[in-house]
Structure formats: C-alpha cells, structure tokens
Ligand binder design. Structure first.
Ligand code: CTP
Ligand code: MG
Length: 227
C-alpha cells in the first residue's frame, strides 16, 4: 500500500497510573491498543507499524494480528524509545515498500473514528506536505503569569491538535533526520523543518486517554452511556 500508519503505543501511562503500560489497559473487554487498532484497520488499507513498550512486543503483536482481519501481512511491531519522538523514529525506521503517505497516531486516542484517517490521507494525497486534525477550542483561554491574568487569547486563532497526523513520506523522514530537539507533536517537528501544515476536521471521539477521568469517558462512550 501507498499509506503507512505508525501507531505509537510505547508510553508508560504515568498519569493514568493503571499499574502497567497504558496501551494494555482495558476499556471494555478490549484494550486501549485494540480499540485504536480497530480504527486503523477500518480505515483505508495501509501498512501498520505498532510501536510497543520494551518487553511487550509479543502482546502488541497479538493485539495487532487479532485486529487486522485479512490485513495481517501489513502488520509490523517494533520497540519504542524513551520519548514519544524516539518511538515515532523507531516506527519510521520500519517502513517498507513504496509508501508515499505516513500517518502517525497515538494509541491513547483509542476511539478515533476511521473517517478521520480517511480525511488526513485524502488531504496528503491532494498535495499537502503535512496534515493535522484539529478541534475548535471551546473554553475561554487566558494568558497568565503566575496568578496574574495578562490577557484573553482570541479563540478563533486557536485549535486543539489531535492525531492521526499525516505527512508526505519524504517530508516526515527528512524532518525527523533534521530534528535536534524534542517537539510536542509531529506537526510541530515538520513545521520547524520549514514545511507547511494544514488542518482538517478532527473528531471529539479522538480525545487522548491521559487520566482516569478520560478512561471513564472512554468506557462510557464504548458502553453507549450518555456522556
Ligand atoms: N508514547 C510512545 N513512547 C513514549 C511515550 C509515549 O510511544 N516513550 C506514546 C503513548 O503510548 C501514547 C502517545 O505516545 O499512545 C501519547 O503519549 P501520552 O498520552 O503522553 O502517553 P504516555 O507517555 O504513556 O503517558 P504519560 O505521559 O502519562 O506517562
Ligand atoms: Mg507521555
């Protein structure tokens, strides 16, 4: 396939504090990683590289193969690094074949609908160097210094960044080679390398499971409870 998705799942989940790596925490009968991979495999056909915590590669492979259906031959699993950026780099090193579009996705955004992947892929294939799914910011945001309010920030200039973020393969690989510091996300790393990044609509269900309150929200959504 001409598209690859790097699913970073190698984090330790410090803030969730569930007693083990976040990717293997259950939402219902399925883990965060399994839910994330269901979205990936429901999206347009792509090579899928799962970046797993050291020592949990076998578990990640099992999850991926069970989620893959008839796409098992498109799955690879590699070991992550100390930072998210290191984990993405490890995933990029495992790309194979004639891939032209690379998406990077947080496993922790477990309930991301497959149409977000499709929108991001379409925008890269339509010519964008980098594509970022975003949501409008709904809260009123203030610039502060300690406990002093400095100013309100114009919300219309702000957007909340999600994943999957998508890039032309050459753009992402050269930007990663050039990166000499840690960036907050791949879009920032690519923008710093001088490439334009455009937005597409994100989705509220693509929220990142970070804290136990987020996990509760994911459990309610999966159970079909009103949230
Ligand atoms: N991630 C990764 N490798 C790392 C750190 C993070 O692959 N060294 C991945 C996580 O698995 C997650 C995504 O990057 O899917 C976003 O990171 P985050 O939500 O911060 O997850 P954790 O780093 O695991 O959580 P925490 O920061 O609370 O420890
Ligand atoms: Mg983290």
């Amino acid at each position: 396939p001409r598209v690859a998705v790097v699913v970073v799942a190698a984090g330790s989940g410090t803030r969730l504090a569930a007693g083990g790596p976040k990717a293997f925490v259950g939402i219902d009968d399925a883990t965060i990683l399994r839910h994330a991979l269901r979205g990936v495999f429901a999206a347009p056909r792509a090579q899928v590289i799962v970046v797993a915590p050291a020592g949990r590669e076998g578990d990640a492979r099992t999850e991926a193969l069970e989620a893959a259906g008839d796409r098992r031959d498109l799955v690879s699993v590699v070991t992550g690094g100390a930072s998210r950026q290191d984990s993405v780099a490890a995933g990029l090193a495992a790309l194979w074949g004639d891939v032209e579009v690379v998406l990077v996705h947080d496993a922790a955004r477990a309930l991301t609908p497959s149409d977000v992947f499709a929108r991001v892929i379409d925008a890269v294939q339509a010519g964008a160097a980098g594509v970022l799914p975003v949501l409008p910011v709904v809260d009123t945001i203030k610039r502060v210094s300690g406990s002093t309010v400095l100013a309100a920030v114009d919300r219309s200039e702000l957007a909340a960044a999600q994943t999957p973020q998508g890039f032309r393969r050459d753009v992402l690989l050269t930007a990663y080679e050039a990166a000499s510091q840690e960036f907050t996300d791949d879009a920032a790393l690519v923008a710093d390398a001088g490439h334009p990044v455009r937005t597409v609509a994100g989705d509220p269900r693509a929220f990142k499971i970070t804290t136990s309150a987020d996990l509760d929200r994911a459990r309610a959504l999966v159970a079909g409870d009103p949230v």
